[in-house]
Design a protein around this ligand. Structure first.
Ligand code: ADP
Length: 190
């Protein structure tokens, strides 16, 4: 089983690259951002609660996202593997994921960490906002807060996975195809 964490700051290209990896390796794509937006669109209680955090560029509480991932793991037991995209985002989420996967004897194979310069992140998010209409991609102060939140709460996960010997840094600058090629090279060795 291949279980990948696709990691990086907002705008690093996780969603775009996840699509390639899903096709190449027949994996199940679990994006907490997408799952949360589905809940918001459905107007569920969970969605309404999450929206308050997302529109400010803050993290949704750990127990909410961990519960969603747990449910998805339980409903996809026949999967060949998973791509976790935008999850984990805190050390507590990473610990919870490790214990859920270890229960099944299917640990994380590797963490693929996309590295992108800050100005490029802001440019990508603003241009995505124009196309997608996502409110959190259109407000520069929300974008700033998401990057700050990443630096404070999410980037410590690099060390968390380094300690497990599972961190792979990947240059996330350049064309989509070039970055996909770099990712494939690393995954082929896992
Ligand atoms: P991006 O990576 O561009 O920020 P996402 O779709 O992954 O986009 O996330 C959008 C928002 O959803 C985040 O800013 C955050 O509020 C919330 N979110 C997504 N995943 C998580 C998570 N694992 N933990 C907490 N909040 C999350």
């Amino acid at each position: 089983m291949l279980n990948l964490v696709l990691f990086g700051p907002p705008g690093a290209g996780k969603g775009t690259q996840a699509e390639f990896l899903v096709k190449a390796y027949n994996l199940t794509h679990l994006s907490t951002g997408d799952l949360l937006r589905t809940e918001i669109a459905a107007g569920s209680k969970l969605g309404l609660e999450a929206q308050r955090f997302m529109e400010k560029g803050e993290l949704v509480p750990d127990e909410v996202v961990i519960g969603m991932i747990k449910g998805k793991l339980e409903s996809n037991t026949g999967s060949k593997g998973f791509i976790f995209d935008g999850f984990p985002r805190t050390v507590d989420q990473a610990k919870a994921l490790d214990s859920l996967l270890n229960e099944n004897g299917t640990p994380i194979s590797g963490m693929l960490s996309l590295e992108v310069e800050k100005q490029e992140l802001v440019n990508r998010l603003l241009s995505r906002g124009k196309i997608s209409g996502r409110a959190d991609d259109q407000d520069p102060s929300v974008i700033e807060n998401r990057i700050k939140t990443y630096n404070e709460k999410t980037s410590p996960l690099i060390d968390y996975y380094k300690k497990q010997g599972k961190h792979f840094g990947i240059n996330g600058m350049g064309s989509i195809e070039d970055i996909a090629g770099r990712l494939r090279k690393v995954v082929a060795e896992l």
